[in-house]
Structures are given as C-alpha cells and as structure tokens.
Design a protein around this ligand. Structure first.
Ligand code: CAA
Length: 258
C-alpha cells in the first residue's frame, strides 16, 4: 500500500516509519504524500491514541528534503515545494488531533529536523545529530524550520544553528530544549511507547483540546487564552469529562477506551 513509509498499529499506538534508508529517509514528494494519507487515516481510527514517527534503520531519522528532487527547481517550483510540504505534512503533524512523538533515531537534518519539530514531543537517541544545514546549499529551511526552531530554542540559538548550518549532538539538543529527553538507541522506541501508553490512559477529547489550546498561543492573530477558555468549556459537554470526574469521586480508575 505504501512504498516509502510503513505503519504498525498495536496497543492503540501507531508507529509511522519513514522508510527510504538508502537515501537516509530523505523526504521526497511521494513520501510526503504517503505520510499525509497515512496520518489522515490514523486521525479517523478510533483505535489509535498516539502516533510515533521514526526513521527506518539506525542511521537516520530523516536527512532532509530530497535534494536530488529539487536541485533544478525554479523560484515558483521552490515556493510550491515549501507550501505543499507544509500543508500536507508539517502543519498536519503540528495540528494533529492525537499526540505525535518524534523518536529521533539518527540524523535529523533540514526537513528531518523540521518534521521532528512539528511533532508535539521529541525523544532522541544518544547518537542522533540535528541541524538545519540549508544555507550550506544556498537555500533556507522551508518546512517551518525558521519558525519552530526559534519557538523551541529561542531566537539567538536558532539563528546560530541556521547561520552556521552546523549539527548538534543529542545532548546539546537536550540542553537547549530542542528534545524532551535522550536515551540509548536500543531503548528509543520502547521509551516512546512507554510515554505513549501513559498518554493513552487519559481522555482523548481533553488531549485534543489541549493540543488546540497550546498551538493557539503560537498562531499570530489568535488569543491562546481565549482558545483555552473555549476548549475548557467544551470539555464539560463530553462523556469523557463525566467519566473522569465520576471515576475520581468513586475512587476508581477512569476508563476512556475499550
Ligand atoms: N536528499 C537526497 N539524498 C540524500 C539526502 C537528502 N537530503 N541525504 C542523504 N542522501 C543520500 C546521499 O545522496 C547518498 O545517496 P547515494 O548513495 O545515492 O549517493 C545516501 O543518502 C547516503 O548519504 P551519504 O553518502 O551522504 O552518507 P554520509 O554518512 O556520508 O553523510 C549526511 C550523512 C551527513 C547526513 C549527508 O548525507 C548529508 O549531509 N545529507 C544532506 C543533509 C541536508 O543537507 N539536508 C537538508 C536538505 S534541504 C531541506 O531539507 C530543505 C527544506 O527545509 C525544505
């Protein structure tokens, strides 16, 4: 069904693997389209509560947009590449109604780091290397990197990483707030799954509202506090709110899933 990605679903967790290891999982157009299709299916799948995105094999998460594909692009083709990529994948990931954890298992460069930064949470393996090397190619990050890197690490550090086109280690990424935690590569997927299983115990509707409210604070022209009030209010109309509060009062565990 898919050529460049694979999906495995178990225990309410979907693992979406970018699967072009010979090209270090570089994101070409087809891969972005396949990931878009898979995520749209997962969004509707009641059985899935959390998505983990990772890269095939142990060398790379994703080594960037596919340079071979865009090397002879014109100005307008460059614009379409960035716009379509942002719409089809990066914005979809950021605003996905279920938590997405990026398990960064190796090189996460350019579009690869941009994909990890679109995710709600990042866990890196200790051998991971991250950076936005686009200016070394004569271009700038086009999949949201100039915005999301500054949001995560602050403007000064983002500028340093973008202007130098350098790579940082997983430990440095942790120190500057780019990743939530660092673990050995053999433990990466299990660590992400453990976090996912904690998330899955909670109300899917409340989590969807939390994603909307947190993201609202980063959208220009939108008042995050107002969105928080709206989403908070909506929760009071859900069966999950009734279940969560009843469970607390009855001194039992809440059951939000079958
Ligand atoms: N696009 C296309 N192919 C890529 C690729 C990319 N981003 N990254 C790696 N590959 C391919 C290589 O061309 C090579 O293929 P061949 O065997 O056919 O030559 C294969 O993957 C293995 O790569 P290397 O031989 O280069 O492996 P290495 O261990 O020597 O180096 C690396 C690893 C440092 C990650 C190096 O591959 C590299 O620098 N890759 C490019 C990183 C990059 O510049 N990413 C940004 C892309 S631009 C972007 O993402 C724009 C945007 O924001 C929209």
């Amino acid at each position: 069904m898919f050529e460049n990605i694979s999906i495995e679903i178990a225990d309410h967790i979907a693992v979406l693997k970018i699967n072009r290891p010979k090209q270090l999982n570089a994101l070409n157009k087809q891969t972005i389209q396949e990931a878009n299709r898979a995520l749209n299916e997962i969004a509707l799948d009641q059985n899935v509560g959390v998505v983990i995105i990772t890269g095939a094999e142990d060398k790379a998460f994703v080594a960037g947009a596919d340079i071979k594909e865009f090397a002879d692009f014109s100005i307008s083709e460059g614009g379409s590449l960035a716009q379509q990529g942002q719409e089809l994948l990066f914005d979809l990931v950021e605003h996905f109604p279920k938590p997405i954890i990026a398990a960064v298992n190796g090189f996460a460069l350019g579009g690869g780091l941009e994909l990890a930064m679109s995710a709600h949470i990042r866990i890196a393996s200790s051998n991971a290397k991250m950076g936005l090397p686009e200016v070394s190619l004569g271009v700038i990050p086009g999949y949201g990197g100039t915005q999301r890197l500054a949001q995560l690490v602050g403007k000064g550090k983002a500028n340093e990483l973008i202007f130098t086109a350098g790579m940082i280690s997983a430990d440095e990424a942790y120190r500057c707030g780019l990743v939530n935690s660092v673990v050995e590569q053999e433990e990466l997927l299990d660590t992400a799954k453990k976090m996912a299983s904690k998330i899955i115990r909670n109300s899917p509707m409340a989590i969807r509202s939390a994603i909307k409210a947190v993201n609202a604070g980063y959208k220009s022209g939108v008042n995050g506090y107002e969105v928080e009030i709206e989403e908070f209010a909506k929760c009071f109309g859900t069966t999950e709110f009734k279940e969560g509060t009843s469970a607390f009062l009855e001194k039992r565990k809440a059951h939000f899933r079958d």
